[in-house]
Design a protein around this ligand. Structure first.
Ligand code: ADP
Ligand code: MG
Length: 337
């Protein structure tokens, strides 16, 4: 890194004053190791996510939103476990040390980190094709982490926020659908700057029986819960399709937003589009009031979209109760043949 030395770069863009260290962090950037100090008796929750240029984002994406998103996708995993964020490490490969890029990237990163009291405690910086790998650390009381394996037959299935907007934005950016400029801006916000549902995840401790974040498409991520719980599910397509914030009437005619996107395309975005970073979770019907309270506490709407069944397999029902083949809505798999 001749433009800006490696250590100068770290000091300038990624090291912050000691007083910025949050709770749970005894030592941050600058030594051989960081020292984390979770609250007494708490379990440490750990997760990594890597963002690769050309695969997860366009190389010319706004670096500020990229900084936000790199941390957001990691915080989303803590949210899915009901963990409180403590800190994170950042392993960064950069083709060049561009000051403007680094300033914007670190601003986006720290704005979200500060919102969640999540401290950057260390990392690694090297020259190479643009690649961002973050590992987050959080804490959760023993036995209270939300797992994928806890869904029970008869549980309700919920989704937070809206689904499918990120996928719709991607289709628009690829020129496959036509969106008016204001709608493109709105959906693009979901794609480039998702909001991790950390407060909701924490509020669902002791309420939800299982949870996952929706990163690779609803049906795929719900599928992980079902598989690991040894259960199946019924999901109502007519409820799901309304989860897209930009919901049109789905007939291909102009909907509320004057959108001309066909119903199958909208459903594809909602059920199999990636990058939503909402939570999908299950809870017993007796917990409906508690789920509503969690939703109110977190300020995030939740929608009941179906229920867990004893028999394995996922059945997607249309408005008339007729099964829709759900295999066409395959979720994203990096190593799919
Ligand atoms: P080492 O050689 O011991 O691995 P480095 O020289 O790579 O350490 O890094 C020096 C310090 O800067 C360490 O505390 C490391 O955690 C931190 N660091 C390196 N890169 C980053 C980064 N991208 N973000 C935050 N901290 C970083
Ligand atoms: Mg190193």
């Amino acid at each position: 890194m001749s433009e800006l030395g490696e250590f100068e770069l770290i000091a300038r863009y990624f090291k912050r004053p000691e007083r910025a260290l949050g709770a749970g962090v005894a030592l941050g950037v600058g030594d051989d190791c960081a020292l984390l100090q979770p609250s007494p008796g708490m379990q440490l929750a750990v997760s990594s996510d890597m963002l690769v240029s050309g695969r997860h984002f366009f190389a010319d994406v706004d670096p500020r939103t990229l900084g936000h998103k790199a941390l957001a996708v990691n915080l989303s995993d803590l949210a899915a476990c009901g963990a409180q964020p403590l800190g994170f490490t950042l392993a960064l490969a950069l083709p060049e040390a561009n000051a403007d890029w680094l300033a914007a990237f670190s601003q986006g990163l720290f704005a979200l980190a500060d919102l969640h009291g999540c401290t950057l405690v260390g990392g690694d910086t090297t020259r190479g094709p643009l690649n961002i790998c973050i590992t987050v650390f959080g804490e959760v009381p023993p036995g209270q982490a939300l797992l994928r394996s806890g869904a029970q037959a008869g549980d309700d299935i919920y989704v937070s926020g809206t689904l499918g907007d990120a996928a719709l934005a991607l289709l628009a950016l690829q020129g496959k659908v036509d969106l008016p400029p204001d709608l493109l801006a709105q959906t693009r916000q979901h794609l480039e700057a998702p909001t991790p549902r950390v407060a909701l995840g924490m509020a669902l401790r002791g309420v939800a029986t299982a949870a996952a974040d929706v990163s690779d498409g609803l049906l795929g991520d719900l599928g992980h819960i079902l598989q690991q719980s040894g259960k199946g599910a019924i999901v109502h397509a007519e409820i799901a399709i309304k989860l897209i914030a930009t919901y049109a009437d789905g007939t291909g005619a102009a909907g509320p937003f004057g959108l001309k996107v066909s119903a199958p395309t909208l459903l594809q975005c909602v059920l199999a589009g990636g990058d939503d970073y909402e939570l999908v979770f299950t809870a017993a019907p007796a917990q409906r009031d508690a789920v509503q309270r969690a939703s109110d506490t977190a300020g995030v709407p939740v929608t009941r979209i179906g229920s867990v069944t004893t028999d394995a397999g996922l059945t997607l029902l249309d408005a008339n109760g007729v099964a829709v083949p759900s295999t066409v809505f395959s979720s994203f798999d990096h190593f799919a043949p």
